[in-house]
Design a binder for this molecule. Structure first.
Ligand SMILES: [Zn+2]
Length: 430
């Protein structure tokens, strides 16, 4: 199957920079096989006219809990621990696999329609979010959220869920897996070591929440006499490729540790602000050369999975808190939402930029929208003016998954009906 995006404005890498250029992009099966000139022997089955269109690499949401989309707007304006243990946890105790499936479908619909083609997920129910990924045509990296103390039965079972999910998904190369120790306040030191040893043994990465709130810092300091970052380091969490969500409450020593071990930081500005956790020192991390990427967190704490909104916040808030407009440029923000995410996931040779040989994971934006007119600096437009409603067509693995704003592989109306029934039932006596 050959597809040409003909004479289209495209966001292309240029060294460390990004340039917007009029070109044609040639897709064969799942890959980009040519940019500019047609590769020899290429046969076009479909030509997409690029007039008034702008193609970008699909965005990468590096920290979310997709299934939580059905919990949108259900726990708001509460302190973090009350939010988690008073409201979210009781709902999660009652939810079924079927509920989780429809929640995951809702999250995927929202992400696809706003140009995200890959997400890094922490979930609780094996073979359910992965089924939604398979059904939707999206790409994802999945971690089973791991909670445990020592080698207790529950902790072992949750680890085994990861391998069960991998077996279930082995026919789908859009899915990959890492281990997901939830956080230093839900996994003790022995369990952390069991998880990090298994990650090393199976050559897997780790996805973890670290240093999200002041109460977490106090709790870990009291229990272990150190910061959550130090606790993770001394239990081997950074011995493998690690993606650490939040890292809001970190000091210089923590950041030096993170740099030393090449920890990838996922910043989630909306969730951090909404839960009253503060602002991660992202410019300071960038100065140290730490790889920073972007995430939404779950829709129960954001309450949106639209990465355009997150990009908007990311490129504005640090200018405000640091009192300088030079803090996090539009290009730096764009890279955090694309190639930096690919690097964090160990997939920079496959996704994150429009280059020959990479997967055709692309989002086409309609330029006939007031937010992107007149056409000046379109990279600035992505951060400062766009809101995701400009996304018209989305490709994952060279296949159309959104066309004219409509998700092709999931029934949107059915998903909306289901999630309304589910949340009504689950919140009845909470
Ligand atoms: Zn999270």
């Amino acid at each position: 199957m050959g597809i040409v995006l003909k004479d289209i404005l495209a966001a292309l890498p240029k060294g460390e920079d990004v340039e917007v250029k009029q070109t044609s992009i040639f897709i064969e099966n799942d890959k980009i096989v040519g940019i500019g000139s047609e590769p020899s022997g290429f046969k076009a089955d479909e030509v997409i006219d690029g007039t008034d269109k702008f193609v970008i690499p699909g965005l990468i949401n590096c920290h979310t809990h997709t299934y939580m989309a059905f919990m949108r707007n259900v726990a708001d304006d509460l302190p973090f621990m009350d939010w988690l243990f008073g409201r979210i946890d009781p709902i999660e105790q009652k939810m079924t696999d079927d509920d989780v499936y429809w929640g995951a479908c809702l999250g995927i619909i929202e992400m696809l329609k706003t140009g995200t083609t890959c997400f890094n997920d922490m979930q609780m129910n094996p073979c359910i979010t992965t089924k939604a990924v398979k059904d939707s045509g999206m790409r994802a990296v999945i971690a089973r959220g791991l909670v445990g103390s020592g080698n207790d039965e529950g902790g072992r079972k949750r680890l085994d869920d990861t391998y069960k999910d991998m077996e279930f998904s082995k026919d789908c190369d859009r899915l990959s897996f890492i281990l997901g120790p939830h956080a230093p306040y839900t996994c003790d030191e022995e369990y952390m070591r069991i998880v990090s040893n298994e990650a090393k043994e199976h050559d897997m990465g780790i996805h973890i929440h670290l240093s999200e709130s002041v109460s977490e810092i106090e709790q870990i300091k009291e229990k272990y006499g150190c910061s959550p970052i130090e606790m993770a380091e001394r239990n081997g969490i950074f011995d493998v490729r690690c993606i650490a969500a939040h890292c809001v409450q970190v000091d210089d020593k923590d950041m030096d540790i993170m740099k030393k071990h090449n920890v990838n930081v996922v910043t989630n500005p909306a969730s951090n602000m909404k839960l009253g956790n503060g602002f991660a020192p992202i410019p300071e991390m960038m100065e140290r050369g730490i790889n920073v990427c972007l995430g939404t967190d779950g829709a129960a704490s954001n309450n949106s999975l639209n990465l355009f909104k997150e990009l908007h916040l990311l490129t504005l808030i640090h200018k405000g808190t640091h009192r300088t407009p030079e803090c996090i440029s539009a290009t730096e923000g764009f890279k955090m939402a694309t190639i930096n995410g690919a690097k964090a996931l160990g997939m920079e040779d496959k996704i994150g930029s429009i280059e020959v040989g990479k997967k055709a994971d692309l989002a086409i934006l309609d330029l006939k929208k007031p937010s992107l007119q007149p056409i000046n600096n379109l990279i600035a437009g992505l951060s400062y003016s766009a809101d995701g409603t400009e996304v018209e067509t989305v490709f994952v693995d060279g296949k159309k998954v959104v066309e004219n704003g409509k998700v092709l592989n999931l029934d949107e109306d059915l998903v909306y009906k289901k999630v309304n029934e589910i949340i009504k039932r689950l919140t009845l006596d909470i």
